[in-house]
Design a protein around this ligand. Structure first.
Ligand SMILES: [Zn+2]
Length: 68
């Protein structure tokens, strides 16, 4: 089974960048399996794609994420 590594490094954040929310979600799932880390995708503030963060999920409805 292949992992889903980030494809790029974000020049702004220096983090691994996924090109879509779906890929970021897959990456988060992989990390959870490998390292027991709960990560969630968030959109790069500079719009380079999606990153993963281990910060707790803010209390917002999921709709907002999908609406972007
Ligand atoms: Zn970024």
């Amino acid at each position: 089974m292949s992992r889903t590594p980030p494809e790029l490094l974000c020049p702004t954040c220096g983090k691994g960048t996924y090109q879509s929310f779906t890929r970021a979600k897959k990456g988060a799932r992989t990390q959870r399996r490998l390292r027991d880390m709960r990560l969630r995708p968030y959109r790069c503030p500079d719009r380079h794609g999606w990153h993963l963060t281990s910060e707790p999920t803010p209390k917002r409805p999921k709709k907002e994420i999908n609406a972007q």
